[in-house]
Design a protein around this ligand. Structure first.
Ligand code: ZN
Length: 218
């Protein structure tokens, strides 16, 4: 899942308007941010097997630290507490923790039963990915709802805040479609490099756009 995670990050702005959108998206995508690093280090394993599921060519052989419920609970708490210690803010600990943890639930919906409860523990997955149209429908609906909440919780301060958001939203949608319909990455190295650079770009753009938007007076 990709747009579904982003949707929760966008939506969370309503609850914690002072936290940058970049931080909220990063929390929702934390599992997928950690994963390419652990794959690069050889700690977690993935294989590229086109046809593995109808939606993704990736076979997630093992990702106990980035994608288990137990480790995500710990990561979530660490990130929430660290953020709170540095930047303060009400509700930041539980909102950031919940975003990190939500990744597991959403991935369980889409993945094959490869999502561990804890490292080496039982694995879950409801395999929504068997249906490309259904996966896309659910993710795009979630994305729309998340964006709607974000757009209502904030207002543009200038043109960057307005058109930057439009650009960011479109870019993420394009990345999603390219991922769904484009060709499989040639190698695992190409995969983690692309994942990390994409994430860095997404975080930077979200931070920039969000800085040009104010909390809406609701
Ligand atoms: Zn994931």
């Amino acid at each position: 899942m990709f747009l579904g995670h982003l949707a929760l990050g966008f939506a969370a702005k309503r609850i914690t308007p002072r936290v940058s959108l970049a931080m909220l998206l990063l929390a929702a995508l934390w599992a997928d941010a950690l994963w390419p690093v652990l794959v690069a280090l050889g700690i977690e394993q993935v294989a590229i097997e086109p046809g593995n599921t109808t939606f993704t060519p990736l076979n997630f052989i093992s990702y106990p630290y980035s994608h288990s419920l137990a480790t995500l609970a710990v990561w979530g708490l660490l990130i929430g507490v660290a953020y709170r210690a540095i930047a303060g803010g009400r509700r930041t600990v539980w909102v950031l923790s919940a975003l990190v943890l939500s990744h597991w639930l959403l991935d369980v919906v889409t993945h094959r039963p490869d999502m561990p409860l804890y490292p080496n523990g039982p694995k879950f997955g409801l395999e929504l990915w068997r249906s490309v149209p259904l996966t896309m429908l659910i993710e795009i609906l979630m994305y729309g709802a998340g964006l709607w909440l974000y757009a209502r919780a904030t207002q543009p301060r200038d043109a960057v805040g307005k058109w930057g958001l439009v650009g960011l939203v479109a870019l993420l949608m394009l990345a999603y479609l390219a991922n769904a319909f484009g060709s499989a990455p040639p190698t695992v190295d190409a995969l983690w490099i692309a994942a990390l650079s994409g994430l860095a770009l997404l975080t930077a753009l979200a931070w920039w756009v969000d800085r040009h938007r104010d909390a809406a007076a609701v």
